[in-house]
Write a protein that binds this ligand. Structure first.
Ligand SMILES: [Zn+2]
Length: 500
């Protein structure tokens, strides 16, 4: 499989045929007036196959032209290579793949872990280096998040685009629920994040959120509400998963042991590993059908639970060596005070139940999409051994494991996420008129999603071992960022913090 590189070979021929004179390389972090990405093989975000090559012209922060260079287009004379005038910057993408910038639909802006400071730039740099050009923040320090959103938008902060969905909190009556919706609207947030809400409050707040044009993301835990409430009240996206199998349990409640305490996280996560098996398969299909009918999307965040099925894997991820910030490393250690750090007495039996849990869950996500449901991708990193950015790339691998073609997997993290965010007219595509959020990948992600990792992959070429892969350029809002340079900065940041 690794021998076939036909799109790249075609691109090489075209590169040779039409020489590009006087290339000016982009400057990291500086938006040029005009940027041409030459000779790119494109995987668009809309679920269509790879195609190309193309010259992609970016003017300011917009994709101005996507010019086909394939033999049919050029022989018809329908296609003219755009010229580089003075001031045009170029990226030679010969043999490279260009995708829409990835969108992380479930992110948390974190400038501390467990009360220990962690520079926000650490997380932002890794996100960009992993090809992420937009994040939806679903719970952080809202005031800071809104300021970072603003700074990112005006180009003063090196960061993906940020959408802010503040945590709704737990109002206890209808009046305070309405007041909370209005307060969130007044602060200019993009949506609302729900967690652990009572049904009557959810009904009132969702109706008001719809009136105010605020989207609702629901972390549907094991709580009073479940997926039926999301279906009835019109939630935009279900985050994670618990409330979906919970809605399909015949007795209405999981068969917990008598000693179970939800607020004991070891209990909570251990027994969550038994939840999917208790869902009645026929009822589950009804729940999925109803989610589809009422346009409730699903952001499953497979990656954030993976430690539960394979703890050793989670604890020994290779990027920890150079890139794990000490505050985050400390936060990951088992500690009842830290959310998600619940690994006390984690057994082979727990992992076995969780492996089965994943099988049923993955099949449900696949069924959901086959029925017409909208599947998104987010990583929830900063918890449970998941690092920012790397977590979303792992999420893509897990979507592939769930049975999705890598083309669909990329769609989940680009155009599907754009739809979930209500940004489908501007983000998630390599299309004229869309925002210039693009990534240049050294390798074919349809062959191996691992080429997206900043740490790269090893291959044999002509008998020689070569280290390759990674996102070479992340272009966000027309601003090119060098992936390797960002990761060098992250490495230095981590090394410095470890000295203390
Ligand atoms: Zn989360």
């Amino acid at each position: 499989m690794l021998v076939s590189r036909s799109p790249a070979s075609l691109a090489l021929l075209i590169a040779a045929a039409a020489s590009v004179a006087g290339q000016t390389a982009p400057t990291h972090g500086v938006r040029p007036a005009r940027l041409i990405i030459r000779n790119a093989t494109v995987v668009d975000g809309n679920g269509t196959p790879a195609k190309g090559p193309f010259d992609i012209v970016v003017e300011g922060n917009t994709i101005a032209q996507v010019v086909p260079l394939d033999p049919v287009a050029t022989s018809r004379g329908t296609s003219r290579r755009p010229r580089a005038d003075a001031g045009t910057v170029e990226i030679d993408a010969t043999g490279k793949y260009v995708l829409p910038g990835l969108i992380n639909a479930h992110a948390h802006l974190q400038d501390e872990r467990g009360g220990v400071p962690q520079p926000i730039q650490y997380e932002l740099d890794i996100w960009l280096a992993c090809g992420i050009t937009t994040v939806r923040d679903v719970g952080s320090d809202t005031k800071k998040a809104l300021a970072w959103r603003e700074a990112s938008a005006n180009g003063t902060l090196v960061a993906p685009r940020i959408l802010v969905y503040p945590q709704f909190g737990r109002p206890t009556n209808a009046d305070s629920a309405l007041a909370r919706v209005h307060a969130i609207k007044a602060m200019g947030a993009d949506g609302i994040k729900l967690l652990g809400i009572d049904r009557d409050i959810m009904q009132v707040m969702e109706a008001e959120a719809h009136k105010e044009g605020l989207r609702v993301a629901h972390h549907v835990g094991v709580e009073e509400t479940n997926a039926w409430d999301d279906i009835h009240f019109g939630t935009t996206s279900i985050e994670h998963w618990y409330g979906i199998p919970d809605a399909a349990i015949p007795d209405g409640v999981q068969n917990f042991p008598s000693y179970y305490n939800y607020n004991n996280e070891t209990d909570r996560f251990r027994w969550a590993g038994h939840l999917w098996r208790e869902a009645d398969p026929a009822r589950l299909q009804m729940v999925l059908d109803s989610m589809v009918a009422r346009h409730v999307a699903w952001v499953p965040t497979f990656d954030i639970y993976e430690a539960s099925r394979d703890l050793q894997r989670a604890r020994t991820q290779p990027w920890f060596a150079d890139y794990l910030y000490p505050a985050l490393e400390e936060y990951f250690r088992p500690d009842p005070k830290n959310h998600g750090s619940y690994f006390f007495g984690w057994t082979s039996t727990d992992e076995t139940f969780w492996k089965e849990n994943y099988r049923i869950w993955m099949a449900a996500v696949r069924d959901f999409e086959r029925k017409g449901g909208l599947v998104g991708a987010g990583d929830d990193a900063g918890f449970i051994y998941e690092m920012y950015g790397f977590g979303l790339l792992r999420e893509l691998e897990l979507h592939q494991e769930a049975g999705f073609n890598p083309i669909k997997v990329i769609q989940h993290a680009t155009f599907n996420n754009a739809r979930i965010l209500g940004k489908e007219a501007e983000l998630g595509r390599v299309r004229q008129g869309f925002k210039a959020d693009l990534i240049v990948v050294d390798g074919n992600p349809l062959e191996n999603l691992k080429v997206l990792y900043p740490t790269g992959v090893d291959e044999i070429r002509d008998g020689q071992a070569v280290h390759t892969g990674g996102v070479l350029w992340t272009i966000k809002d027309g601003i090119p960022y060098s992936g390797p340079r960002l990761m060098a900065e992250v490495k230095a940041m981590v090394a410095k913090a470890r000295e203390r």
